[in-house]
Design a protein around this ligand. Structure first.
Ligand code: HEC
Length: 105
């Protein structure tokens, strides 16, 4: 029981730290559900030519989204991602990065 409580406290502290620095996980979840889920799936595993995003850290996700928003060619299908990333704000990118990196394992 003690261990569970400790884990819960650690998780709360970790989430608090993430929210303060990197974005709001709940807001990221809501934004992900609007569009991203269609291609990357609800566990981030992707499908067919839509890549898995599970297991990536927040910095990776945020820098990719920033690249797509700047219309940079990253992989063979960047054009698809660019159209979804262009409307994202810095805050939305931070929220999505926080959500994806902490939720998909
Ligand atoms: C219509 C399908 C589609 C939608 C909707 C979509 N994506 Fe993607 N996503 C892709 C494809 C295709 C790629 C690979 C692009 C390339 O080749 O550069 C990709 C790549 C990515 C990558 C980089 C993966 C890697 O391994 O580098 C991230 C991160 C990502 N998407 C996040 C998102 C987020 C967050 C959203 C919602 C705002 C979203 N995607 C919406 C299809 C989609």
């Amino acid at each position: 029981m003690k261990r569970l409580q400790l884990l819960a406290i650690c998780a709360a502290v970790a989430l608090g730290a993430l929210e303060a620095q990197a974005g709001d996980v709940a807001a990221g979840e809501a934004r992900y559900a609007e569009t991203c889920v269609t291609c990357h799936g609800n566990a981030g595993k992707g499908m067919a030519s839509f890549p898995a995003i599970v297991g990536r850290d927040a910095d990776y996700i945020a820098s990719r989204l920033t690249q797509y928003r700047a219309k940079e060619q990253v992989g063979p299908n960047s054009a698809i991602m660019i159209s979804w990333a262009v409307p994202l704000s810095d805050e939305e990118i931070a929220n999505l990065a926080a959500y994806i990196s902490t939720t998909f394992r």
